[in-house]
Design a binder for this molecule. Structure first.
Ligand SMILES: NC(=O)c1ccc[n+]([C@@H]2O[C@H](COP(=O)([O-])OP(=O)(O)OC[C@H]3O[C@@H](n4cnc5c(N)ncnc54)[C@H](O)[C@@H]3O)[C@@H](O)[C@H]2O)c1
Length: 338
């Protein structure tokens, strides 16, 4: 019997990356598939040449197998039930973002996970596991631009998904901006204290809910972070990682598709109206894998070492609060304390 035995919950598009990861590992086996549709599980079995049993419920799958890990790749509204079943069933839970579809659910999950310190509960934040963002974070950590004052992220993509996102009331903020919000915390190494958000659905949008938003966050280090995003914006797309400008008191860091870099005040600039600047390339430091594999590598290592993963619920709750604070602000028209 292998050390890590997985119930795969949710057999849709995203599950592929998780299943492929599990199949690659020598110490890991998949023991059951869970989906509300048997057909979805059947397709996964066929695609990967597996013959795993299908269950409609995570509880039943855990009871019938000897699993010790649950992968949650179900839709956001199902995450709370799946994570609760996993933790109560004695399994570590590694989940796709977002933690849950309301802040109350996410906080209940955090409380449950805190009461079971022997179990890991970690969230997929694959956009942290990129050599570019790690290099950018290094520029900030090494004080190259000085104290971070102002952070901007622009995210404009015309994404025609179909499926559950089209019916969500806040598809951009809940299903995508969680990545960018989490990236902001990761890059500047600070946590949010308030948000003001205006969320809207642009004319011509193919989403039912609000597919665009402008948010202003204040952070506990005094930095202000503004996010402009749209998931129904045609033409001149940004990358999925967003276009970033981070202004510090000594210079500015830029990350927009190409390698991140900083421009800082050159030495000897007294008595000038506009100073000359010098360019500083961001040193590449990340040697791990990128994307989902990189995040899963850390989650698995955390299980094996009995430590918290970098994207454990206790960290991710701060990014989750940014999401639900933004939604609340948009609804009430008020700045929300996080
Ligand atoms: N990290 C990323 O970059 C990234 C990218 C895409 C999607 N995601 C996330 O992955 C998750 C899944 O997205 P997707 O694109 O695979 O969606 P999907 O609709 O393709 O698949 C979801 C699957 O979950 C099943 N399901 C729904 N409710 C269920 C329940 N209660 N119990 C068991 N199965 C259930 C559905 O039948 C479907 O097969 C979402 O949380 C999404 O936000 C993350």
């Amino acid at each position: 019997m292998k050390a890590i035995r997985i119930v795969q919950a949710g057999c849709g598009g995203m599950a592929n990356a998780w299943i492929q990861y599990a199949l690659e590992r020598q110490d890991t086996e998949l023991v059951a598939l869970v989906d509300i549709f048997e057909e979805a599980a059947k397709k996964m079995n066929e695609k990967y040449g597996l013959s795993l049993p299908w269950y409609a419920s995570v509880e039943e799958a855990i009871r019938q197998s000897n699993a010790n890990v649950v992968f949650d790749c179900t839709i956001p509204t199902a995450h709370q039930a799946v994570a609760t079943a996993a933790l109560n069933g004695g399994c570590h839970i590694l989940s796709e973002k977002p933690m849950a579809s309301t802040l109350e659910e996410a906080e209940q999950l955090a409380d449950l996970a805190t009461s079971k310190p022997e179990l890991q509960y970690a969230i997929m934040q694959n956009r942290r596991y990129l050599k570019d963002i790690r290099a950018l974070r290094g520029l900030i950590a090494q004080d190259v631009i000085g104290h971070v004052n102002f952070v901007t992220a622009n995210f404009f993509i015309g994404a025609h998904f179909g499926g559950f996102r089209d019916a969500m009331s806040s598809p951009l903020i809940l299903d995508m901006a969680i990545h960018t919000f989490d990236q902001a915390r990761f890059i500047i190494q600070a946590n949010p204290v308030s948000v003001y958000c205006h969320e809207f659905n642009p004319k011509g949008s193919w989403y039912e809910g609000n597919a665009a938003a402008a948010c202003i966050f204040e952070f506990d280090n005094g930095a202000v972070f503004t996010y402009n995003g749209s998931w129904c914006s045609e033409g001149a797309p940004t990358s999925w990682e967003a276009a970033w400008r981070i202004a510090g008191n000594k210079g500015t860091a830029i990350w927009n598709q190409a390698a991140p870099y900083a421009e800082i005040v050159a030495p000897g600039q007294d008595n000038k109206f506009i100073y000359d600047y010098q360019r500083v390339e961001a040193p590449y430091v990340w040697t791990g894998r990128e994307g989902h594999a990189g995040c899963l590598d850390d989650m698995f290592q955390a299980i094996l070492e009995g430590r918290q993963a970098e994207t454990a619920y206790s960290d991710n709750i701060f990014s989750t609060k940014m999401v639900f604070g933004a939604i609340e602000s948009a609804k009430t028209g008020r700045k929300v304390t996080l």
